[in-house]
Design a binder for this molecule. Structure first.
Ligand code: SAM
Length: 255
């Protein structure tokens, strides 16, 4: 494992990493591969593949949404220099729904420590692992929540600037899990692989009902040739209280 590889891969996409961030990614990798021996966290285990398919793939969102989410430029520096903690006005709340082993939420947070991150997953073992990574990397303003999105949403409704989710469900279902968490005016970013036209078409009704609007689709190719799409969905109006429905209903009768 060489630090350089991560640095090189990130530099290709114009992301620069501090020593601290490099160390945080390494610590994360070490825990991921260690705990993966006793629980199911990831099928990808080589350093090179994790750097590309997990770390880089996760942070690519920051290339596209700076303008859309209006994080003022230079806030990274402000946060790094602040000794008393975080500046309230720059806290930007992000929830990762069905985060699994922390993707994309944790890499997004390592790269932008000024965000306030919530990692949500239905499996307690994965939550325990994430708590361990948060401790080992020294990340602040990162919390975990155990439960299914549709069950825990009551406490979190319409309260995040950004919801992200990767590899959790087909978009009409995923939108019902995620959009209720987002503030009106905020964004939901769905990480998808390959072509997404059909999936977008199939989710038109769901988005309209839940108060979302597909604003942009960003397509990119990872250094290993994998095709990815980021669907950027704007929350244009509040989600009606009756959504999300119960788990079975969401799965059986997608909107
Ligand atoms: N997002 C991670 C990634 O891209 O590597 C994990 C993807 S994994 C295939 C799907 C994860 O979503 C699992 O950890 C599962 O427990 C979680 N999950 C599925 N449905 C969920 C729901 N309704 N609420 C919360 N978590 C959910």
């Amino acid at each position: 494992m060489t630090e350089n590889y991560l640095d090189t891969v990130f530099t290709t996409e114009h992301f620069s990493l501090s020593e601290l961030q490099l160390t945080q990614f390494q610590n994360y990798y070490e825990l991921l591969t260690e705990r993966n021996k006793v629980m199911n966290l990831t099928a990808i285990t080589s350093w090179e593949e994790v750097c590309v398919k997990h770390f880089l793939d996760s942070v690519m969102l920051w290339k596209y949404i700076d303008a859309a989410v209006r994080i003022p430029e230079g806030d990274n520096k402000k946060q790094e220099r602040s000794e008393e903690g975080f500046n309230e006005e720059i806290r930007y709340s992000v929830i990762d729904i069905g985060t699994g082993a922390g993707f994309p939420g944790l890499p997004l947070k390592i790269l932008r420590p000024e965000i306030r991150l919530t990692l949500l997953d239905a499996l307690q073992k994965r939550i325990d692992f994430l708590d361990e990574v948060i401790r080992a990397t020294g990340l602040r303003e990162a919390e975990t929540v155990h439960g299914r999105a549709e069950d825990v949403v009551k406490k979190h409704r319409e309260s995040y600037d950004l919801a992200v989710s990767r590899a959790v469900a087909y978009l009409p279902v995923l939108a019902e899990y995620c959009l209720p968490f987002v503030k009106t005016g905020g964004l939901f970013a769905a990480y998808k692989s390959g072509d997404v036209e059909e999936e977008c078409k199939a989710s038109e009704n769901a988005l309209a009902v839940l108060g979302g609007e597909l604003e942009k689709t960003e397509k990119f190719v990872l250094p290993d040739g994998s095709k990815r799409s980021l669907l950027l969905i704007r929350k244009v109006s509040a989600t009606p209280e009756k959504y999300p429905r119960r788990s079975k209903k969401i799965d059986k009768e997608p909107l």
